[in-house]
Design a protein around this ligand. Structure first.
Ligand code: UD1
Ligand code: MG
Length: 545
């Protein structure tokens, strides 16, 4: 079961990639500050031109590779200490493994990500003083520092403020996640904290004249006539939407968790999809055209080449590329069979990073499209999250200890329970059963004798309301009835009942690694649908005229 730590196979790739990383990060500033002469090197000039067209992109790519290596090394260096300090947990789906696994290793990974973002600042927002280097002063120092609060003229103050607000939000979710890992904070407290933490982000969105309009669908045609406008300005409601979106993103990854690699895997796929979406907005063809790369082509000022839209997507890339690197490094440790757990720290942190990219890159509605599996999982979970149906501490699927086959976990409603199923909860379960997202067990399903005295139609158990269980239900995996009976018996009696030998679940064989692949498949499908909606359906539903 045990596998070798990823640090063991790092040497060769590090030797090949670290010099490349260094060049991507350092060449442009070195030339611009006059430390490197580019006048005789076509390739250096090409790098400079790329940097001119896409400010910050090359360092972002370089830093994302660095983030990968640094994360693999940092997690490896910290895992023993974390285990010794009590940050460890039992792997719920490995009943035969007795040793605990170090937990909260999302903390060093998140710290690496933050450090990389800090290091990025001077490479993106530096000002080349007049007369220095001279090939391509990106922003000119046209006034120096006079001590006024406006600061250095020519400096992209607003963009830096946007970037710093993202750092603030990230730090707040890092603290919240870590506190949750240490103190297991109650839902009613941890739910609203991200709403307050989003205030700096809302303010810079306002200062950046972020749009608050909602385009009314042009199809069906009567909708725009009925509303009387093509765009409805939501005003303050839009800020509420952003705030709730950031709260949703912060929590949504944590509730789609519990099998090895699923938390990091989903963050990795969403971040990569956002990167792809960002790249689609960059004039890559222009950048690669011989005409633009030729040394005789005059370097245009950034403002003439860089539209607002390109700038926003470059900003999003500066957050997402390092996240891809960090997630890939963490996944090397957390993939099945996991050598570390990431903890709530990582779940909240990654969710917030994705929210920052979407909100501050001004594509919050598109962002939501890339969270389709998380939105589904959240909506499905609502009856349990909001107390209509009891919510067990862990809702991850169960494992059959002999075959390692997974089957859906249950919430049970024994007779005389302190938390009986009420009307609303029952109605919600019946709707979800009709949609085939869950399986409900009734007294009559358990056969003669069991749950005697109850009406045959009484709901005695249901599969937990999560995407992971739904995938198993849809695939046709069945919970062994012995397990349902045992759970009912052990929850209705005060003293614990010994678990009987449970037969292997009926239906297709799905183990933890396979369920991870299936969940990642769903996430990738979600991204494909998101791209389809964004670039195809949106053109039909939201026509320009
Ligand atoms: C959330 C879920 C809970 C799920 C848990 C799993 C909700 C409302 N809460 O709770 O249903 O069971 O995440 O993370 O949906 N673990 C594994 N394998 C893994 C990852 C985690 O066995 O790959 C176990 C370990 O015992 C670990 C524990 O889950 O110690 C961490 O759970 P925690 O993050 O504290 O749970 P919550 O976030 O509260
Ligand atoms: Mg968690």
């Amino acid at each position: 079961m045990a596998r070798s730590p990823p640090t063991q196979s790092l040497g060769l790739s590090a030797a090949a990639l670290i010099p490349a990383t260094f060049s991507l990060v350092a060449i442009s500033p070195a030339v611009q500050w006059g430390w490197l002469d580019a006048s005789h090197s076509k390739s250096l000039q090409a790098v400079l031109r790329m940097d001119d067209l896409f400010p910050g992109l090359l360092p972002s790519i370089g830093f994302s590779i660095a983030a990968y290596f640094a994360t693999v090394v940092a997690v490896g260096a910290c895992r023993e200490t974390f285990g010794q300090r009590g940050f460890q947990g039992r792997d719920l789906l490995k009943p035969k493994v007795k040793e605990a696994i170090p937990e909260t290793l999302g903390l060093p990974a998140s710290c690496i990500y933050l450090l990389v973002l800090f290091l990025f600042i001077p490479f993106r927002y530096y000002v080349v003083p007049e007369g220095v280097g001279g090939l391509n002063p990106r922003t000119t120092n046209d006034g120096g520092w006079f001590g006024d609060l406006g600061g250095r003229r020519g400096f992209p103050h607003h963009e830096l403020a946007v970037y710093l607000s993202a750092l603030l939000s990230l730090l707040s979710s890092l603290v919240l996640g870590f506190c949750d890992d240490v103190f297991d904070i109650r839902w009613r407290f941890k739910m609203p904290i991200p709403i307050v933490a989003s205030i700096p982000m809302l303010l810079v969105y306002y200062a950046g004249q972020g749009g608050t309009g909602l385009v009314v669908p042009g199809w069906p045609a009567w909708l725009r006539t009925a509303v009387g406008a093509n765009v409805v300005d939501l005003g303050l409601l839009y800020y509420l939407f952003i705030s709730l979106l950031s709260t949703f993103c912060t929590h949504s990854i944590n509730i789609l968790a519990g099998i090895n690699g699923v938390e990091v895997g989903q963050a990795l796929i969403i971040a990569s999809s956002l990167c792809l979406n960002d790249f689609l907005y960059l004039p890559i063809r222009l950048a690669l055209s011989e005409h633009y790369l030729s040394p005789s082509h005059p370097i245009a000022s950034p403002s003439s080449l860089q539209s607002e839209l390109v700038g926003r997507h470059l900003f999003s890339l500066s957050l997402m590329l390092p996240l891809v690197g960090t997630c890939a490094g963490l996944l090397a440790w957390n993939r099945h069979p996991a050598l570390v757990f990431v903890g709530d720290t990582f779940c909240y942190f990654a969710g917030q990073a994705l929210a920052c990219a979407g909100v501050l890159g001004h594509f919050s509605k598109t962002l939501l499209l890339f969270f389709l599996p998380q939105v589904f999982n959240f909506l499905l979970s609502c009856p349990q999250l909001f107390g209509f149906v009891p919510c067990p501490r862990h809702r991850v699927p169960k494992v059959h200890s002999e075959t390692m086959a997974l089957y859906p976990s249950l919430v049970v409603f024994p007779r005389g329970s302190k938390r009986p199923l009420k009307m609303m909860g029952k109605g919600m379960l019946l709707i979800l059963e009709t949609l085939r997202f869950i399986k409900i067990y009734r007294a009559r399903d358990l056969g003669a004798g069991a749950e005697s005295g109850r009406d045959g139609n009484d709901i005695v158990a249901a599969t937990n309301l999560t995407l992971l269980n739904t995938i198993l239900v849809v695939a046709g995996v069945q919970v062994p009835l012995e397990d349902v009976k045992w759970r009912l018996a052990s929850e209705s009696l005060a003293s614990p009942v010994e678990q009987p030998s449970i037969p292997s679940p009926q239906g297709p064989y799905i183990d933890e690694a396979r369920l991870w692949r299936m969940t990642m498949g769903v996430q990738l499908l979600g991204s494909a649908v998101a791209f389809g909606v964004r670039y195809w359906a949106a053109a039909i539903v939201f026509p320009q005229t």
